[in-house]
Design a protein around this ligand. Structure first.
Ligand SMILES: Cc1ncc(COP(=O)(O)O)c(C=O)c1O
Length: 380
């Protein structure tokens, strides 16, 4: 098989039309207000609330700061139960608030936190659960709520991947006390960098708005905040991309179907499940590689794909619980996290973005098949 003439990366950002962006930039320049909740940010906040069907929403400069502020809004302390199969930001948001992340194992079919493993981890210091809707697949939200209600715990969903997802007809933002969405360039919807919190309570929005602006109110600060504001240029990009995001998701859905079709019969390539009842947003296309059947390990396939100019991503790898800053926490032990460890060692995200062509996907799949056949010593 011939390699791609140009590198194919795991993602490519959705970009607004440059002339439309110039139009909005002109308005920003005329207004001379480039940050501090200007008219673009106000417009985007309204439009996003409506798009995500979230009554209370606050924009942020990025998802990580949003998550840190979410912990402060709920005045969390002590320990919070979360998943090790996530991006570093989830655990860091806790650690930077002096909260101990407690790692809970995940489910093999969805890669999400396993509600059955949560209860044994609860102590008198536990104040909340912070699950992640991994790769846009909704968590078992009703089971998690039952546990939270039983022990009086708060729930913050890291919904960084779950923009526009619905579960059983309800917007994903309607579950938990707070949800965080990331609008990083690598996400289905972006504002270059950016994020938002959605809330089930107007008081939480009030606190988030205060804390993302240093905590300043009426020439005074009662509680120290940070600078988490989304600026006007980010907001302008967000306004324009809101018109494009549904088309992007639809195109990714088509490409996902193609991937599934071309990969389904390759031995040792396992495809990720989509949760039943979810309106999915196709943020990533993730496979698992089983060496005994495929002939190569995930790491070997990852390296071989590079020779064909295909840059997949080991996502998420390593587990957060294996970072040296967290590995001494008791719950970070391998015995506590057997499923998460297996998933992290075998998972691989393949290129997926709207601008990818059908032919590109077919070729990536043919290369994955050919690599396996060659490695098992057969000729093609
Ligand atoms: C699961 C998860 N949580 C949090 C973040 C942090 O978001 P941001 O990059 O917007 O700070 C990301 C990704 O970037 C993520 O994938």
């Amino acid at each position: 098989m011939e390699s791609f003439p140009k590198p194919i990366y795991v993602t490519q950002p959705l970009l607004p039309d440059i002339d439309e962006l110039k139009g909005l930039l002109g308005k920003i320049w005329d207004s001379k207000q480039i940050s501090n909740n200007g008219s673009m940010a106000q417009t985007l906040e309204k439009e996003l609330s409506s798009f995500l069907k979230a009554e209370y929403l606050s924009l942020f400069v990025n998802g990580t700061i949003a998550l840190e502020i979410a912990c402060k809004v709920l005045r969390l302390s002590g320990e919070v139960i979360t998943t090790p199969f996530t991006f570093a930001a989830t655990c860091h948001a806790l650690a930077l608030n002096n909260i101990k992340p407690v790692f809970c194992d995940i489910e093999e079919d969805t890669f999400n936190i396993n509600p059955e493993c949560i209860e044994p981890l609860i102590t008198q210091n536990t104040t909340a659960i912070m699950p992640v809707h991994v790769f846009g697949n909704p968590c078992r939200v009703y089971d998690i709520k039952k546990i939270a209600d039983k022990y009086g715990l708060k729930i913050i969903y890291d919904a960084a991947h779950a923009f526009g997802v619905k579960y059983l007809g309800k917007p994903i933002s309607s579950f938990g006390d707070i949800s965080m969405f990331s609008f990083h360039a690598t996400k289905v919807y972006n504002t270059i960098e950016g994020g938002a919190l959605t809330f089930n309570n107007p008081y939480y929005k009030e606190r988030a708005d205060l804390l993302k602006n240093f905590g300043i109110r009426d020439d005074n600060v009662n509680e120290p905040g940070t600078n988490g504001k989304l600026n006007e240029v980010q907001a302008a990009v967000g306004i324009l991309l809101l018109e494009k995001v549904e088309g992007e998701i639809k195109r990714r859905q088509e490409l996902t179907k193609l991937y599934r079709h071309f990969l389904k019969d390759i031995p040792g390539i396992k495809l990720m499940n989509e949760v039943e009842g979810a309106d999915y947003n196709y943020p990533y296309f993730v496979i698992r590689v089983q060496k005994d059947e495929y002939g190569l390990s995930r790491d070997e396939l990852f390296e071989r794909l590079k020779q064909y100019n295909i840059f997949a991503k080991k996502y998420f790898y390593p587990l957060c619980s294996n970072f040296s800053c967290y590995r001494d926490i008791k719950s970070a032990s391998k015995e506590n996290l057997p499923i998460a460890q297996t998933i992290a060692d075998t998972v691989l995200a393949l290129p997926l973005y709207g601008a990818l062509s059908d032919i590109d996907v077919e070729k990536i799949c043919s290369i994955i098949s050919a690599i396996s056949i060659i490695s098992r010593g057969k000729s093609i």
